[in-house]
Design a protein around this ligand. Structure first.
Ligand code: AMP
Length: 460
């Protein structure tokens, strides 16, 4: 069994992980830490919740301690780029936690707040900078940040970065970095665009991958409810009144949709808060703190804003709108069922979302149990059944291009983990919600694959 001690981490870092209560490294940590300590570039397929922050933060801290910068004002030696403010703040907090017994100053910068506090800390000198791309380039442009001494560079959640249109900013940042450095790229999914981006700046990267979502999905009770678009909010209000619904994350596709839903719930006497990119940093922090404390147990979020939310004890995830990317579904429902607790994920599927539902089932290889005979059931919303085969590669996951091969480079597997889908009958154990009638599995029969309709990704 791998332990932190036999990963060759130095004593102050071992003490810090013990302080955090970690018994042993997660798979992504066990794979990445030795590679990073050996100075390798790493291309990692892992999402939030896998322990990936420690996977890169611990070896980075060790490198910064082992190779001390010359005396004087500390230069920025490590840069972590993150897509959202929440995630950036969490990564910075993690550097604080893992680096509590070493002297490595760190800070975080992001937009939406006055820059003066951030600039003050930067002027004192930091070695680790966690940043969102916009604010970083802004401060570089003002001559307040020099990236000329960066030795370690992490591009985190690269798929989200591209979804959010940050590709040009990323390329601009890359041009500001010195050529000799260690690079890391983490992404929850590995479409061709990410592989290409990685190939453009990673040198002889080692490939690491964890697929926690498969496990996560198993411990989460998933259900789908077919409902007309116009009835979704009434159905949600009804379900939210159920006593077993305690701490809830509701996903909408758009920021506007999140705001509207919070108002509609308010009119129904249910208080919730919205969190998305148009909210001020203060409003987002307040909503998140209230959610963490349990004062405000209903949070309505867009995918991008929810990306960095790491809150334990979420009893239910509601997909008010189904995501058009099936991987996003897996990511959303992974917010519940954490730390060994069970969780429930309920998805609403309207007349326009059937294709998304089937895409999700293709990805997970399992039919989602259907809640029948609820008050707002809309049979027309139910798409034709599909044949579910053994779990194979997602249609958009392709192998990496054959750039920069080396004998040591582990290539990504051509096909993802194969797993036989459960027999449809095995899924029908989902307990009915008080208001929702019985859940039964969807029927699996043959149907030719239709082309996926794509919706524009929301911006945050
Ligand atoms: P991350 O994927 O980095 O966002 O981490 C997800 C959660 O896992 C965070 O709450 C971490 O504190 C926690 N975590 C990270 N590494 C470990 C570990 N080795 N053992 C237990 N928990 C961990």
């Amino acid at each position: 069994m791998t332990t932190f001690a036999n990963l060759d981490l130095i004593e102050p870092l071992l003490r810090a992980v013990a302080h955090e209560g970690y018994d042993r490294p997660t798979p992504i940590q066990a794979q990445s830490i030795p590679l990073l300590l050996a100075g390798r570039d790493v291309l990692g397929c892992a999402q939030t919740g896998t322990g990936k922050t420690a996977a890169f933060a611990l070896p980075m801290l060790q490198h910064l301690v082992a190779h001390r910068a010359p005396r004087g004002k500390r230069p920025i030696r490590a840069l972590v780029l993150s897509p959202t403010r929440e995630l950036a703040a969490q990564i910075d907090e993690s550097f604080g936690a893992y680096g509590r017994y070493v002297d490595v100053p760190h800070t975080v910068i992001f937009g939406g707040v006055n820059q003066s506090g951030q600039v003050k800390i930067l002027r004192r000198g930091v070695e680790v900078l966690v940043a969102t791309p916009g604010r970083l380039l802004d401060l570089v442009g003002q001559g307040l940040i020099d990236l000329g001494q960066v030795e370690l560079f992490v591009l985190d959640e690269a798929d989200r970065m591209l979804d959010m249109g940050f590709i040009h900013d990323i390329r601009r940042v890359l041009r500001l970095l010195p050529p000799r450095r260690q690079n890391l790229l983490f992404s929850a999914t590995m479409p061709h665009s990410i592989a290409d981006l990685g190939a453009s700046f990673l040198h002889n990267p080692a490939w690491v991958e964890v697929t926690p979502h498969i496990k996560t999905v198993d411990q989460i009770e998933q259900r789908v409810m077919f409902v007309a678009r116009a009835d979704k909010r009434r159905l949600l209000a009804e379900l939210l009144r159920s006593p077993d619904v305690q701490r809830v994350l509701v996903f909408t596709r758009t920021k506007h949709g999140a705001n509207r839903l919070v108002k509609q719930l308010d009119r129904a006497g249910i208080r919730g808060a919205a969190i998305h990119g148009n909210k001020s940093q203060t409003a987002r922090r307040k909503a998140l703190e209230g959610f963490r404390r349990g004062d405000n147990p209903i949070l309505v979020a867009t995918d991008l804003a929810a990306r960095g939310i790491d809150v334990e004890g979420i009893s239910h995830v509601f997909n008010f709108d189904l995501p058009n990317e099936p991987e996003t579904y897996v990511h959303r429902i992974g917010r519940t069922g954490r730390a060994g607790l069970s969780g429930v994920a309920i998805s609403f599927c309207d007349e326009t979302e059937g294709e998304y539902l089937r895409d999700i089932e293709r990805l997970t290889g399992e039919p989602i149990a259907v809640v029948r005979d609820h008050a707002y059931e809309c049979r027309q919303a139910e798409p034709p059944p599909i044949q579910l085969r053994r779990r194979g590669p997602s249609p958009r996951r392709r192998p990496l291009p054959a750039a920069k091969p080396s004998p040591q480079t582990r290539r990504p597997p051509r096909a993802r983990r194969q797993q036989r889908p459960r027999r449809p009958g095995a899924e029908g154990t989902a307990a009915p919600t008080p208001t929702a009638g019985n859940a039964t599995p969807t029927q699996a029969t043959s149907r030719p694959r239709r082309r996926r309709r794509r919706r524009r990704a929301p911006t945050d």
